[in-house]
Design a protein around this ligand. Structure first.
Ligand SMILES: *Cc1c(COP(=O)(O)O)cnc(C)c1O
Length: 833
């Protein structure tokens, strides 16, 4: 150990060894010195000006140093041992705050706490300074982040590839009950986690035309003459595994102008035109597009997708050529490339272009490599969410890729025709080019044809895929299809989010559960132990008190932590049916109004979630939640039994407070609409009971937990389809408490007499109701009454809560990633020493 009083790092070489140690040491003392070092050399503010945010950045840099050390060894080991690498291509990575997770994974939380204390800083205050990188909309982006954590923890070499959006998902504020969007300036105070690599950069073409020519050997060749050229620059963030040395990387691409491209403008004296081009180039990675918005062929969105995919594939080929010294024919043996939904699916055509046009491989060779390398994960069955691009726009943007897609399609349809002769209708359905309302390129078809493995994200979803949107493809290649049920990382969603539960679990079943979540089964031995039950309840009570504090500060609603906490947090969408939840609340309100003697089970209804800025009805649903809340919370009688709170700006950070504080998890989507869900799993692991439909992963959660520990309601997928076939009429279901609830919402009860503001919601439910809210209402109400009754028996509820956690092991992203590695990627563990 070094003498801590040594004024090290002052330029003298007296403490050369100590300097080294402050980059990598794990003790509190080494960390303290590292923080002091970074405050002086990386932050550079006078002592009197130092605030917690400076300590945050200094500590983050100190932690990054430790990860970079592991990262260097990980990369070298992977290259030395010729290991296979997973490349996870995703337009979104919803990482959440990094500091706490990295300290946990490095095993230096206590050391950091102590180091900060010695410097007079409070750990929680310092950690709270981090601005979360909101580079995703919701579940899909968060899944990618959980998968990176599991890949590193399972010691699988992996690279995440995505887009470094300058503005992530908007910050949501609530003004007068309405959602107001504010730009997310997450980079304003810099990002201590990333390392800019200006020398790791690639050119990306756009527009122009494809030129066919004959080369010296007489072969037909194509070169793409672009209308525009951009440059992508890499920013690398280390991804540390838990309890292991493995440290992977997330590479995000940022767009820059190409200087030489603007030269002409300089020559003709048009300096301002050149600067303008530069500014335009950089807009490519400016902003994350919200999903759930009726997308009208946004050219910039296609450019974003192509931009990050092209950079990523060029980077992979650079590793093949220059670092690993491989032949491109070995690509599938050394790299597995996974397409997270269709957003990166242009990669299929881009890899073909790189191999055929630039590496001069034959079409057949290139196609074999491409299909063997790619895998495709489908995330939705909603037809309106399947990506297609208008053909004319696509042709103007990616002329060479369109030619390649036509050729893929020609050969593919020949294959279909050989297998299913004289079936013109099938050819039309399966074509990569849609003819329905104007010609379009079907990205899900491109991803499917170009991949050797296609998977859905929950058992039910994978089955429905094979029977609906990808049915023809399943009939063509049944062996390519499999299911990979989603999972979430227990490190972030229990280890970090629920320290009380973490301590209780460590104490009861030992610490192994954090990397082997199936070990939670050990809790079943304690489920009837009254002492353990008391401790279980105390943990949940403390989490609820913590959540109540947050709700008071951020939603201005006072909650009683002894009440049942009923929580629905997720993107606001009609298919997720926040309005069904609201109808139950209004029905309870009405019951109390009608019968003042009624002693309802007291409940706190907690909502959170963002609506896409252009999604009219979703934004109105937020207003309705807040309006019902205002009425309920301010009614002296009603508010003795119910409160309604909308937590603004639901994100990973406040999610970590919300999931552990829930008693009841609302997973109430129309059956067949939610591919899997992952929020449902976060709640379950943290001991909430679920009220839910047989949709997505709910089905498997109920199987694991046991039907007696799950509140099931609602129509099944088959029943939903039957009702739709028969011609659904909401009016058949609107009677009794549902009729009254709709009347109250429509007649201004919650809107100071305004009968217009909620008319769009009421009319939608009365006359259209595409997500069968009315058809499921009676079943939901009856089920909620069972929930209220169950809550009265504290012992029985606690038992169910324990069993939900005990049986949640399947929903670890470690299980999911192990399945991807074994069944799709063929990537094995590589121990880094
Ligand atoms: C887990 C998570 C989601 C996904 O929630 P679902 O309930 O599965 O839709 C969305 N947003 C955030 C911030 C999350 O952490």
């Amino acid at each position: 150990m070094t003498d801590s009083s040594l004024p090290e790092s002052t330029g003298a070489d007296v403490a050369a060894v100590a300097r080294e140690h402050s980059r990598t040491g794990r003790s509190a003392e080494a960390l303290r010195r590292a923080v002091v070092d970074h405050l002086r050399y990386s932050i550079g503010r006078p002592a009197a000006a130092l605030e917690p945010s400076h300590y945050y950045r200094a500590l983050a840099l100190a932690v990054r140093d430790r990860m970079q050390d592991n990262r260097a060894v990980s990369t070298q080991t992977s290259l030395d041992l010729d290991s296979k690498v997973t490349c996870y291509l995703s337009a979104e990575f919803l990482m959440g705050p990094q500091l706490g997770a990295n300290l946990l994974n490095l095993g230096i939380e206590d050391a950091a706490r102590e180091a900060l204390a010695e410097l007079g800083q409070d750990y929680d205050t310092v950690l709270a300074c981090e601005e979360e990188p909101g580079l995703g909309n919701g579940g899909l982006g968060r899944l990618a982040a959980c998968y990176l954590d599991s890949l590193a923890t399972l010691e699988r070499p992996a690279i995440g590839y995505g887009i470094r959006y300058e503005f992530g998902i908007f910050d949501q504020e609530i003004h007068d009950g309405w959602q107001v969007e504010k730009t997310d300036n997450w980079l304003d105070n810099g990002n201590p986690w990333e390392i800019a690599k200006p020398d790791v950069s690639y050119l990306v073409n756009w527009g122009g035309y494809a030129e066919h020519y004959t080369d010296d050997t007489g072969a037909d060749r194509v070169r793409w003459v672009p209308g525009r050229v951009l440059k992508g620059v890499a920013y690398d963030t280390p991804i540390q595994g838990y309890g292991v040395k493995t440290c992977n990387v997330l590479t995000l691409w940022s767009a820059r102008a190409v200087k030489s491209f603007a030269l002409e403008a300089f020559n003709t004296g048009d300096y301002y035109k050149a600067v303008e081009d530069e500014v335009n180039s950089e807009t490519v990675t400016k902003v994350l597009y919200p999903n759930d918005e009726p997308e009208v062929g946004k050219r910039l969105r296609l450019l974003q997708q192509y931009f990050f995919v092209s950079c990523s594939l060029q980077h992979i080929l650079h590793i093949v050529d220059d670092l690993a010294d491989l032949s491109v024919h070995e690509l599938p043996q050394r790299f597995a490339i996974q397409l997270n939904d269709t957003h990166p699916s242009i990669g299929v055509a881009e890899l073909m272009r790189l191999l055929v046009d630039e590496r001069l491989l034959s079409w057949e060779e290139a196609w074999e490599i491409t299909v063997a390398t790619f895998g495709y994960t489908n995330h939705t069955l909603l037809p309106e969410a399947l990506e297609t691009w208008p053909l004319t726009m696509f042709a103007e943007s990616l002329p060479r890729h369109l030619e390649i897609i036509y050729e893929i399609n020609r050969r593919f349809l020949d294959e279909v025709d050989a297998k299913f002769p004289e079936d013109a209708e099938r050819l039309r359905r399966m074509s990569l080019i849609g003819e329905d309302n104007g010609k379009s390129v079907r990205m899900a078809h491109l991803a499917t044809v170009g991949s050797h493995a296609i998977n859905g994200v929950a058992a039910l979803h994978s089955d429905l895929l094979k029977g609906s949107v990808l049915k023809d493809f399943y009939e063509m290649w049944p062996e390519r299809f499999s299911n990979k049920t989603n999972g979430v990382t227990p490190r972030r969603f229990v280890g970090l989010a629920n320290p009380g539960l973490r301590a209780l679990l460590d104490d009861t079943i030992g610490a192994g559960w954090l990397t082997d979540l199936a070990k939670l089964r050990g809790l079943e031995n304690h489920v009837d132990d009254p002492v353990f039950q008391d401790r279980w309840r105390a943990v949940k009570r403390a989490n609820k008190a913590r959540l109540a504090d947050y709700v008071r500060a951020n939603a201005g609603v006072e909650l009683n932590a002894d009440w049942l906490f009923d929580v629905q947090v997720k993107r606001i969408h009609e298919y997720k049916r926040q309005h069904l939840n609201l109808l139950h609340i209004v029905a309870e309100y009405q019951r109390l109004k009608q019968n003042p003697e009624l002693r309802l089970t007291p409940r706190a209804y907690i909502f959170g979630g963002k609506a896409a800025p252009g999604y009219f009805l979703a934004k109105r649903i937020i207003k309705l939640i807040n309006a019902v809340g205002e009425t309920v919370n301010n009614d002296p009688h009603v508010s003795q039994f119910m409160k309604v709170a909308f937590v603004p700006n639901f994100n990973v950070q406040n999610g970590q407070l919300i999931y552990p504080g829930a008693d009841l998890s609302e997973q109430i989507s129309t059956a067949g609409k939610e591919a899997s869900g992952t929020g449902n799993m976060k709640f379950m692991i943290n001991g909430a009971l679920t009220i839910g439909t047989l949709d997505g992963a709910n089905v498997e959660m109920r199987e694991e937990a046991g039907a007696e520990n799950f509140f099931l309601f609602g129509l099944t997928v088959d029943q939903v389809q039957q009702i739709k076939r028969d011609g659904y009429r909401p009016s058949d279901y609107i009677n009794g408490e549902l009729a009254t609830a709709l009347d109250l919402i429509g007649n201004g009860t919650f809107s100071h007499g305004d009968t217009e503001v909620f008319r769009p919601i009421v009319d939608n439910l009365r006359f259209d109701d595409p997500f069968l809210v009315c058809a499921d209402f009676a079943s939901y109400l009856e089920c909620q009454d069972r929930v209220s009754a169950a809550w009265q028996d504290t012992g029985a509820w606690t038992r169910m809560s324990i069993l939900n956690t005990a049986r949640s092991g399947k929903f670890s992203s470690d299980r999911a990633i192990a399945e991807y590695c074994d069944d799709i990627w063929d990537v094995s563990a590589l121990t880094v020493l």
